[in-house]
Design a protein around this ligand. Structure first.
Ligand code: FAD
Length: 418
């Protein structure tokens, strides 16, 4: 690609965030926009999400993941976005230039006007939760199992236990039943579900799959193939309670124990990462601590809804295009956002007042009562029927209000019971 026309905006990853970033950049007037994807096809995680539930906000209809993605890919082609699949980005420099490897093109160093990071997230593996026992066949992350079943046509096993109640685990519990397997139960160490309430109802309750809170897997059994797991209740400190252990026979253990933004490239380029979200620290323009580098989607913070990811991708791409043209000056103000005591994580972490912005946040514990989500000083307040850690909340901040508060030092976002 070196020696070709210069690239104005380069996007890493062709999932919903990256494809939308490409569209956003072209619509904002960028000349050449290239999206790099390591996979052979476009669409990211949505390729394997063949269940409905995507696009309710964007298209006002319920689509499967591939249907939702197809609409965006068509728009991207119409907008003149170039895609380069089978291309692994394995390094990024602080100026946003990237190092790529493609079987046909070989090693390349691409130097764009601006870069958008849209690498998505990865699943936490078994090693991350330190369960004792050998490592027999039959233990998968839920997303890997989803890919096997939905894309490769392979069943991981016949009798499953799910550890963790993240959305992928819930969706896979139902999928295993649909494919004729038995699901012994879903075990969640926390006192509340990790995934969306609608997925608990539609994927577990509707199929009679037992759901055990404050319970975890303490040992895996089996030498060559998994033969069962020991589960135990946990106390308030999440330590197993002696005497509550129980053997559950199974040949498959699916792990849905958390997603982590994918950020090896960001780290390598010295982009500041947030210790709680695991993604880059960004402002309302989705600009990272390295000015030519922007970020969007699950690489920034793990979202529930793809509509929010696509919206963020469009904005990141448009701002990257403006930066590449020299039309995005360093902001006059950069007001830090701080999470109050009931907030576990949020994004963006800085607000410039250049545009209206939605701050996305997750609470640190469930509020099963009327409550309100708000931003101080007096910038936003909205009543809610409940707030749960598994479901993202939104704080909408108007640029006019922020600009009017000339001595604003910080914005605090929080949730409180009413
Ligand atoms: C199982 C599951 C079910 C879901 N169900 C719903 C639902 O019902 N409704 C809903 O609205 N949302 C749902 N979501 C959420 C939504 O799908 C995600 O939020 C969205 O896919 C995130 O998009 P993304 O572009 O940030 O990341 P991804 O889709 O993960 O895309 C990232 C892309 O970057 C590529 N990449 C990464 N690193 C590199 C590299 N170094 N070089 C080149 N390419 C790279 C990857 O190959 C991938 O294609 C679900 C998510 C999952 C996992």
């Amino acid at each position: 690609m070196n020696g070709d026309r210069p690239i104005d905006v380069l996007v890493v990853g062709a999932g919903p965030a990256g494809v939308a970033a490409g569209i956003g950049a072209r619509r904002a007037g960028a000349g050449r926009v290239v999206v790099l994807e390591r996979d052979w096809d476009l669409g990211g995680i949505l390729q394997q999400c063949i269940h409905p539930g995507f696009g309710l906000q964007t298209f006002k209809e319920e689509l499967t993941g591939p249907e939702y993605m197809h609409r965006f890919v068509v728009q991207a082609h119409e907008a003149g976005v170039e895609f380069l699949a089978n291309t692994m980005v394995f390094g990024m420099d602080p100026d946003g230039s990237v190092w790529t490897m493609n079987r046909d093109r070989g090693l390349e160093h691409l130097i764009p006007g601006a870069t958008v990071l849209a690498m998505g997230c990865r699943e936490r593996p078994l090693g991350a939760i330190r369960i004792p026992g050998s490592r027999p066949a039959g233990i998968y992350t839920a997303g890997t199992a989803q890919r096997f079943v939905n894309m490769e046509g392979q069943m991981p096993g016949n009798r499953a236990v799910i550890l963790g109640s993240g959305d992928i685990g819930l969706i896979m519990a139902r999928r295993m039943i649909w494919e004729g397997a038995t699901v012994e139960g879903v075990y969640e160490v926390m006192p509340w579900a990790g995934g969306l309430r609608r997925n608990i109802a539609q994927c577990l309750d509707d199929y009679g799959i037992p759901f055990h809170l404050e319970t975890t897997v303490t040992r895996v059994h089996g030498r060559d193939r998994l033969e069962g797991v020991t589960v135990a209740k946990v106390d308030g400190a999440r330590a197993p309670v002696p005497g509550t252990e129980r053997f559950v026979p199974c040949d498959t253990l699916l792990l849905a124990v958390g997603l982590i933004p994918e950020n090896e490239l960001s780290r390598g380029a010295g982009v500041e990462l947030h210790p709680v979200t695991g993604g880059p620290v960004v402002n309302d323009l989705l600009q990272t601590s390295r000015p030519p580098v922007f970020a969007a989607g699950n690489a920034v913070i793990v979202y529930d809804l793809v509509d929010n990811v696509s919206d963020e991708g469009l904005r990141a791409g448009a701002n990257a295009a403006r930066y590449a043209r020299g039309e995005l000056p360093a902001p006059d103000r950069s007001i830090p956002v701080r999470g109050g005591e009931n907030v576990r994580l949020f994004s963006p972490q800085f607000v410039t007042g250049a545009s209206d912005v939605t701050v996305y946040l997750r609470v640190s514990r469930p509020f099963e009562c009327p409550c309100r989500v708000f931003a101080e000083p007096g910038l936003f307040s909205q009543k809610l029927r409940y707030a749960r850690p598994g479901e993202m909340n939104e704080v909408r901040l108007g640029a006019d209000c922020i600009r009017a508060l000339t001595d604003l030092k910080e914005i605090v976002v929080d949730v409180e019971a009413l």
